[in-house]
Design a protein around this ligand. Structure first.
Ligand code: FDA
Length: 306
């Protein structure tokens, strides 16, 4: 997809008017179902179990971001606390992923930190892991600072590094030193050239460079990508360095490259599927559209079919 279309879709991701239109026509038309497991945690149990039955683990993401009111942030926390219990009560093989702006980072770092500690303490009671997703570059430093503050007291958390950011090589070295758990992805936001590589070749080259670092010296990294070259590059490097497949995991998004998810499991690799759910699915969906024209056509076809 050309950069202009990608940029346009990512701009639409932040437009409340377009969001209202798409949401009115979205879940009911069924297209969102391809990428979103449901609107409530109860609805996710069956799809999560189906993935578990196929040998895959899951990370559950209760969708939501950029909350501006303290009550909303508190509601997200309460929901995540319930979700942790739900996972345990239903014996699901799943951990959780969340966004700091969903926990009030826009209100203040102290608010997000307090909420994170509450969630991490509850998660520890269930022996559970909590992944902090990485958002746009305006949040990178604050997210890493907060992670820095939490990690000494809470080993059950990990963060995400995006290979499109030029700073990531340095960040990865620091996280390796800390013994932190890192998920590596390319990055899903529209970033300026001052902070991010602008073409795919550079983003991919950096991805493979960072894969080698986290595989060799990192702590159980998550290799999050659907890109065949990144997957093969990971397998090749691991083989060359005799890094066993239980030292890392591949991660892919729900509904994307399901055939490849299965074939990696059959080949003996670990696969975690990131399963988003909830009513706040618009921005997430738009980022997936921006990644691939075929997904955009999938949506348009479904809208026209109504
Ligand atoms: P890329 O987009 O370069 O595509 C390469 C190939 O992969 C395509 O040609 C196609 O074959 C396939 N493919 C990619 N996307 C597809 C799609 N949507 N549908 C079908 N095929 C597709 N980002 C972020 O900024 N912060 C985060 O915290 C996370 N978290 C995260 C978790 C997990 C588990 C995953 C898999 C991804 C993320 N991401 C993310 C998103 C990530 O940054 C990135 O935007 C997407 O994964 C797309 O990049 P790829 O590496 O898949 O390759």
């Amino acid at each position: 997809m050309d950069m202009l279309t990608r940029s346009l879709l990512l701009t639409m991701a932040n437009s409340p008017n377009i969001e209202r239109f798409v949401k009115k026509n979205g879940m009911s038309a069924g297209f969102a179902r391809r990428f979103i497991a449901g609107e409530t945690m109860e609805e996710t149990a069956a799809p999560v179990r189906a993935l578990n039955d196929r040998g895959m683990t899951v990370s559950l993401d209760y969708l939501g971001e950029n909350v501006s009111r303290a009550e909303e942030a508190a509601e997200s926390v309460a929901y995540y606390l319930r979700l942790l219990r739900f996972i345990s009560d239903n014996n699901l093989n799943a951990n959780i992923s969340l966004k700091l702006t969903q926990l009030g980072l826009d209100i203040g770092s102290d608010v997000a930190e307090r909420h994170m500690r509450e969630i991490l303490e509850e998660a520890a009671r269930y022996d559970q892991f909590v992944r902090i997703d990485m958002e746009g570059s305006a949040y990178t430093q604050r997210t890493l600072d907060l992670f820095d503050a939490l990690q000494p007291d809470h080993k059950n958390t990990g963060v995400v590094i995006q290979s499109y950011l030029t700073r990531s090589e340095q960040d990865v070295e620091k996280l390796i030193e800390m013994g932190a758990r890192v998920r590596l992805c390319k990055g899903a936001y529209d970033e300026p050239r001052e902070v991010a590589f602008q073409n795919k070749t550079d983003v991919d080259a950096n991805y493979l460079r960072l894969v080698r670092r986290v595989l060799k010296d990192g702590n159980y990294p998550g290799i999050a990508t659907h890109d065949e070259l990144m997957i093969e590059g990971t397998c090749d490097f691991a083989r060359e360095e005799s890094i066993m497949p239980d030292r890392y995991e591949f991660q892919m998004l729900y509904g994307i490259r399901r055939d490849r998810q299965e074939s990696l499991v059959r080949a003996g690799y670990r696969m975690r599927v990131y399963v988003p759910f909830g009513t706040q699915w618009y921005a997430y969906m738009m980022r997936r559209m921006a990644e691939r024209p075929a997904n955009l056509w999938f949506v348009i076809k479904n809208l026209l079919r109504r």
